[in-house]
Design a protein around this ligand. Structure first.
Ligand SMILES: [Zn+2]
Length: 242
């Protein structure tokens, strides 16, 4: 029997992505220790964010980016649908250069621009269509917020496909280069994450971003294929230490 259900599952709209992302960001800011705007780590993350946004070609995009730093030992960073982006101090303390930070952030911003969460959500709904996960079924007419009431972490914790990860790597590297960063930073940061995972507990970032040698090789090839000399990576420097 052909299922007619899949046709009704459409990708959440830009407005819905923005709404859900903003709500989840509010929840996060109330639950986690978010560093104040004057903190040197926040200043660096926002400066890199501004540079990446300025380098984007899509000036008319609906997305509303914001950049926050969460004080936590997690080695992690992510962007919510619609643009709110969070970087953890645990990740910052492992980075050597601003270019590495730009690599991670460029990757995350590409997930937002390309609406990867929305596609993953749609696909999950299609896959679940015939299961009895009634509570998870998306009802477009009632809006995303109803579903968000179920717990945004559940909704937002969708794994991106390998294809989307590759797209975020490639798009993120293009973006960081347009913003004047050295693409080697992205290769280095994924290599560092890989190394860190060998010592014991893998970095949280890797649970969503399996970082095997093939992935790193692909990044390295993209960087090499640009066939240019890039400025040396800028050391990541936080005034007052941090
Ligand atoms: Zn990713």
């Amino acid at each position: 029997m052909a299922a007619s259900a899949p046709a009704q599952f459409s990708k959440p709209s830009a407005a819905q992505q923005l709404q859900l992302g903003k709500q989840a960001a509010r929840e996060l800011r109330s639950k986690e220790r978010v560093l104040p705007a004057g903190d040197p780590r926040v200043e660096v993350v926002r400066r890199v964010g501004r540079r990446l946004l300025a380098a984007m070609a899509d000036r008319t995009s609906p997305w509303e980016y914001s950049f926050d730093v969460i004080d936590s030992n997690q080695i992690n960073a992510f962007a919510l649908p619609g643009g709110p982006t969070f970087v953890y101090t645990g990740l910052l303390s492992h980075l050597k250069s601003e270019d590495e930070l730009a690599g991670v952030m460029g990757h995350e911003l590409t997930h937002v621009r390309k609406e990867h969460w929305a596609y993953a959500y749609r696909d999950q709904q299609r896959n679940n269509a015939l299961l009895t996960l009634g509570a998870l079924v998306f009802r477009p007419s009632r809006g995303v917020l109803d579903a968000a009431g179920l717990g945004s972490t559940l909704l937002l914790d969708l794994p991106f496909s390998r294809r989307h990860e590759t797209e975020a790597d490639q798009g993120g590297m293009d973006l960081m280069v347009r913003a004047g960063y050295n693409p080697q930073g992205m290769v280095d940061v994924f290599q560092m994450l890989n190394e860190t995972s060998k010592g014991g507990r893998p970095p949280e970032f890797l649970s969503d971003h399996p970082s095997d040698s093939k992935r790193i090789r692909r990044m390295q090839e993209q960087a090499n294929s640009m066939n240019r000399n890039f400025a040396p990576q800028r050391p990541l420097y936080f005034r007052n230490g941090g």
